[in-house]
Structure formats: structure tokens, C-alpha cells
Ligand binder design. Structure first.
Ligand code: ADP
Length: 174
């Protein structure tokens, strides 16, 4: 027979929702970022792509444009959410009840900075783990910076970025 107490027991046994934050500038999102997101959704119930305001980096795309490109490029992934954040990443992760931060590792050159960042974040908040994901090998040389550079020089970027990003970059450079 149905009872509220049995329902309560059942809910108590349900594992908590696992949330990961994938932070970055995403100026703009590339297929390398997308590859990391697609890997992360297999491990977590929810992946929040957190677009950093990053005024110091003087991004080519506004925050709204970067968010919009992430949203449009991840429509096929129902457990992915795009959000923006400002300030300390671990505080943002705590606010979003996340257990982990996901970062992408392309090459050894990424390692030193990422290692430092992960250890500093752990010092700031022991509860948040950093998970590193390696993209498909064909994306290891990809970066937002290089995409913008090739775009500026009129090169073909169609196999490196989602179609929305390609169109947005073309419009921006026109
Ligand atoms: P930022 O450098 O401002 O953190 P990015 O948007 O460039 O932001 O990168 C966000 C994260 O995605 C970083 O962990 C970065 O190493 C990773 N990343 C960037 N490009 C790729 C790629 N091609 N493959 C895998 N990870 C990547």
C-alpha cells in the first residue's frame, strides 16, 4: 500500500545528482570543447558549461554571444546547461551544488597551468574535484585562438567548429 514514509525512504536511497562545471572563455566554442562536453555527459547527470566573463582577456565575442553559441551547439545534449560566471570558480561550483570541475588537456603544454589551477582550487575548496579529459586526437591542436586566427586569414574552419560558430565568426569578421 502507498505511504508517504515509504516514498521518503525510497527518495533517501536515490543517489544525489552528479553535477560537473566545465568552465572556460569559449571565445568561441570549438569542436575540441564539444568533444570534452560529450565525454563529460557520460559521467555526470548534468554538465554546466560555465562561460567566464573574463574581461581581462578582451574576448572577440560578447558574453551573450558566447553563451548563445554554446546553447545552440549543445542542443542535442539534454543534460547540458550553459551559464555565465564571474569571480571564484569554486564558489560558483558550490552555488551550483557541483561535485567536480572538468578541464580539457590537449598537450603537455596545458598541464602546468591546469595542474596549478586544480591544486589552488583544491586549497580553496577540498570538496570540489578537478577531472581532466583528453579530446579525440584530431582536436588536440585546436584552440579558440587558432580558430580566430585562421578565420581572420580566410582559412576553412568548417571541420574545427560547429556550424553556428562558423557562421558567427564569418559575420564577426565581415
Ligand atoms: P580558458 O583558456 O579561458 O580556460 P578555453 O575556453 O580556451 O578557456 O578552454 C576551456 C577548457 O577547455 C580548458 O580546460 C582548455 O584546456 C580546454 N580546451 C580548449 N580547447 C580544447 C581542445 N581542443 N580539446 C580539449 N580541451 C580543450
Amino acid at each position: 500500500m502507498f505511504s508517504f514514509s515509504s516514498l521518503k525512504v525510497r527518495f533517501a536511497r536515490l543517489p544525489a545528482m552528479r553535477t560537473a562545471i566545465y568552465p572556460g572563455s569559449f571565445d568561441p566554442l570549438t569542436n575540441g570543447h564539444l568533444d570534452v562536453i560529450e565525454r563529460a555527459v557520460k559521467l555526470f547527470d548534468r554538465v554546466v558549461v560555465a562561460v567566464a566573463t573574463n574581461e581581462s582577456k578582451q574576448p572577440m565575442f560578447t558574453l551573450e554571444e558566447r553563451l548563445d553559441l554554446v546553447r545552440r551547439s549543445t542542443r542535442h545534449l539534454p543534460n547540458v546547461e550553459a551559464d555565465s560566471f564571474d569571480g571564484l570558480l569554486v564558489e560558483y561550483a558550490e552555488r551550483r551544488s557541483a561535485q567536480a570541475v572538468v578541464r580539457g588537456l590537449r598537450a603537455v603544454s596545458d598541464f602546468e597551468f591546469e595542474f596549478q589551477l586544480a591544486l589552488m582550487n583544491r586549497k580553496l575548496n577540498e570538496r570540489i574535484e578537478t577531472i581532466f579529459m583528453m579530446p579525440k586526437d584530431t582536436y588536440t591542436f585546436l584552440s579558440s585562438r587558432i580558430i580566430k586566427e585562421i578565420g581572420r586569414l580566410g582559412g576553412d574552419i568548417s571541420s574545427f567548429v560547429p556550424t553556428h560558430v562558423q557562421a558567427a565568426l564569418k559575420a564577426k569578421l565581415a
